[in-house]
Write a protein that binds this ligand. Structure first.
Ligand code: TRP
Length: 342
């Protein structure tokens, strides 16, 4: 069963939102376009391709961490103390049953590792992916129910940045909310805190949050991850302009703009921009607007914050999650944190 938490917006309403966001963003100085515009059908496909590029270490590094530690993550989330972990296989300790929710339905491939661990621990599991895209959710349901016996998928169409409404847990059950893939890094620190606080407001004490964060590392590795040699990330960034051409009758010439990835050391974040190669004026039909660009002028499209040691713990605490444990890879490039709602 698909739970529709709010009426699915009609195409016209979505177009209206796109139009409003584009008008507001292009009037700003410096110009900005909101990152959610990346993920139309073409953009979502390109993003999946990014995650398979050799330079984009994030996905495979996080997957490796989950592959190594999924059992421990699930056991700790269910309330087990670290010291009892090796006894769980002997059935010597009892713990709560988990229901697993996930913010965003895009990372199903990594999620699978945790769902399998939960099925191994408790026989079956309810999985509640939360996403604004019904299509993404239906695809996830189909895939996961076929592939992992013991998982019941109950998708929710919801904008989790506005809060989270999960079905209440029964006695002896806890929620574990997955927020992996470094998506939290796309929010500025104050927004990240607000998003997690809203998520926390929908949980009970004892529920868990599994948070994947990308860590600060050498600049060359970061720059390559956001500007791969095959040019997929460039296509992904430029697809935003292609989308405006398709949906708003804009007349952006894609080769008149350049994908540009910048490391902002002061803010500890990667920034994505689209840079105008020349002075130009672009007509946007649906907005009845002419937008002027100077040569070298940029549209800022995304940030990806790279966390310093201790920052994720501080963020969790500020949203009323107690940091329980964290797991990293051999190179210390990425870290997955378990927080417990207090
Ligand atoms: N959440 C992803 C990240 O921050 C999104 C992303 C990957 C992205 N590559 C990008 C966003 C390139 C804009 C441009 O890593």
């Amino acid at each position: 069963m698909t739970t529709i938490a709010f009426p699915i917006p009609s195409t016209e309403i979505i177009q209206e939102r796109v139009a409003e966001a584009v008008r507001a963003g292009l009037m700003r100085r410096p110009k900005r376009l909101p990152a959610w515009l990346f993920y139309d059908e073409a953009g979502s496909r390109l993003f999946d391709e990014i995650t398979e590029r050799p330079e984009y270490y994030l996905t495979r590094t996080e997957r490796g961490i989950l592959a190594h530690h999924a059992d421990a993550m699930v056991a700790r989330a269910a309330g087990l103390e670290a010291a009892s972990l090796d006894r769980i296989t002997l059935g010597a300790v009892s713990c709560d049953r988990l229901r697993i929710a996930e913010l965003g339905a895009g990372s199903a491939d990594k999620t699978r590792l945790l769902l399998k661990a939960a099925v191994a621990q408790q026989g079956s599991v309810i999985y509640e992916p939360v996403d604004v895209s019904l299509t993404a959710l239906e695809a996830a349901k189909e895939r996961i129910e076929c592939e992992i016996p013991g998982v019941t998928v109950m998708p929710r169409v919801e904008d989790y940045t506005q809060g989270l409404e999960l079905d209440p847990t029964a006695a002896g059950e806890r929620h574990l909310v997955l927020y992996i893939g470094s998506s939290i890094g796309n929010f500025e620190p104050w927004e990240a805190e607000r998003v997690l606080s809203r998520v926390r407001a929908g949980l009970n004490p004892g529920d868990g949050l599994l948070l994947g964060v990308d860590l600060k590392k050498d600049e060359a590795t970061l720059l390559a991850a956001y500007d791969d040699a095959a040019g997929v990330t460039a296509d992904f960034n430029l697809n935003m302009l292609a989308r405006l051409n398709r949906e708003l009758g804009a007349e952006f010439q894609l080769d008149a703009f350049e994908h540009c990835a910048v490391w902002n050391a002061r803010e500890s974040r990667m920034e994505m921009h689209l840079e105008s190669r020349a002075a130009q004026r672009v007509h946007i039909d649906a907005l009845d607007l002419e937008v002027e660009f100077a040569e070298g002028e940029r549209i800022h499209t995304e940030n990806s914050y790279k966390y310093l040691p201790g920052q994720a713990e501080a963020l969790l605490a500020s949203a009323r999650f107690e940091p329980v444990e964290s797991w990293t890879d051999e190179q210390g490039w990425f870290r997955v944190h378990l927080g417990r709602a207090v």
